[in-house]
Design a protein around this ligand. Structure first.
Ligand code: GLU
Length: 429
């Protein structure tokens, strides 16, 4: 007998249940820990235990591996079956979407696998139940680079449904790579938020030493259940150490580092607030939660591209699309020689918008002649919007009108906090 059957047999013989403290003696490793549920993505012959330091390890089991019962764990009884409910606590919804926050490491193979359910995720951080009641569902389980507009729409509708059904707030665990795009998309699509919508990710999966997953999730739960924010926000580590989580506005947040735990920063404005020692401190203005019904306005034109400007960009590199967001140089420039192509496509109905690869600061196309020519050609200034927010917004604007002047009006208007009223020199990395 091998694999799953062998493990089941050994556990049954020793009367061990999920959540019990056990010892495993194999040829290569001897460890004590709490038995975790078998994971869908784990190899059949791997048993996962949570060590005292909080990290999970996967251990391969063969016929000679000894598994010994040590003690009943306090959370063992309900480990995967029932989520506890306390009528005195607020209820929030967790909508799983994938990413590292929903991953664990198979220590035998070193591979990172997505967790199988949002419920697993909640149970991975049982302290969350001290804060609130949790309703969970998985919208889908994908890496965020594979997101499409349809994914944003699906999340938007689930969020609205959950809030309209009485949840105080929503948490969306998400891959960090495109977390900012989803945060911006939901900010434009969901209207009249009656509770906080908190997108959260992790740079290192929960089974790794120095994971940020647990603290990020706990802080997200605090914001979702206790704050009066009526916006889409991202909650991520504010510092390298486990001291403080930042609350970022969904249209202003960006990932600035591939691996640091404090990779996320707010651009051109200060963070909305932070969570420290379980307490929320709010720094700045934010939209308070609304009364009534949450509404989704998800009309999006997907035929939009983002084009990064660089020396050598050629006219033929500019695609014939309904919309193009330039990530221009400096104050908002592209090489002069692509101007005829912009004019040609504008005449055919393409809407061009300008952001900056400087990321910090504001577009100003009136300073240099190349900028002025772009303005004359109808290129819309995105002011201090992030390129990703401008990209999503242009899709949304094109979804709402076919007329250039109406689209321009939408792009110029601050709809979801994407445009700061003043340029702040004190908000720079
Ligand atoms: N690239 C994946 C994603 O964004 C994993 C990275 C992460 O979650 O941080 O979904």
């Amino acid at each position: 007998m091998t694999g799953k059957k062998l493990i089941e047999e050994k556990l049954k013989k020793a009367k061990i249940e999920i959540g019990d403290k056990i010892r495993i003696d194999s040829k290569t490793i001897k460890k004590e820990g709490v038995l975790m549920p078998h994971h869908l993505f784990s190899d059949d012959d791997v048993i996962t235990i949570k060590l005292d330091n909080g990290y999970n390890i996967g251990i391969a089991v063969d016929k000679d591996t000894k598994i010994t019962f040590l003690e009943k764990h306090k959370q063992s009884v309900k480990k995967t079956k029932d989520i506890p409910f306390d009528k005195n606590k607020p209820t929030i919804s967790i909508i799983g979407t994938g990413g590292t926050i929903a991953c664990y490491v198979d220590y035998r193979t070193g591979a990172v696998h997505p967790a199988s359910s949002a419920k697993d995720l909640a149970f991975a951080v049982p302290e969350i139940f001290d804060i609130c009641n949790v309703k969970t569902q998985v919208a889908f389980q994908i890496l965020s680079e594979n997101f499409e507009v349809e994914n944003w729409k699906k999340i938007a509708h689930i969020v609205a449904e959950e809030l309209n059904n009485g949840s105080k707030g929503v948490i969306i665990p998400h891959g960090t790579d495109t977390l900012g795009y989803t945060a911006a998309a939901l900010s434009f699509m969901i209207k009249n938020l009656t509770g906080p919508v908190v997108i959260v990710g992790a740079q290192r999966s929960s089974d790794r030493p120095s994971s940020d997953a647990e603290l990020n999730l706990l802080s997200a739960a605090i914001v979702a259940s206790k704050s009066d924010i009526g916006e889409v926000v991202a909650v991520m580590h504010n510092e390298i150490s486990d001291t403080c989580n930042a609350i970022h506005r969904g249209t202003k947040v960006r990932k600035f580092h591939t691996s640091r735990r404090d990779a996320f920063k707010s651009v051109n404005e200060e963070i909305i607030g932070f969570v420290k020692n379980g307490e929320i401190k709010l720094n700045t203005d934010y939209k308070k939660k609304a009364k009534g019904t949450v509404v989704v306005d998800d009309k999006m034109q997907t035929d939009v591209a983002m084009i990064y400007a660089y020396p050598g960009l050629k006219p033929e590199d500019i695609p014939d699309k309904k919309g193009v967001v330039f990530i221009g140089t400096g104050l908002g420039h592209v090489p002069e020689k692509i101007l005829p192509r912009i004019k040609e496509l504008t005449d055919k109905g393409t809407v061009f918008a300008m952001t900056s690869q400087c990321i910090f600061g504001r577009i100003n196309m009136s300073v240099y002649s190349t900028g002025r020519d772009l303005l004359k050609a109808g290129v819309i200034s995105c002011k201090d919007m992030l390129p990703e927010a401008a990209y999503v917004k242009l899709m949304w604007a094109l979804g709402h009108s076919k007329k250039h002047d109406e689209i321009e009006e939408i792009m110029r208007k601050n709809i979801a906090g994407e445009i700061s009223t003043r340029t702040r020199s004190d908000t720079f990395l």
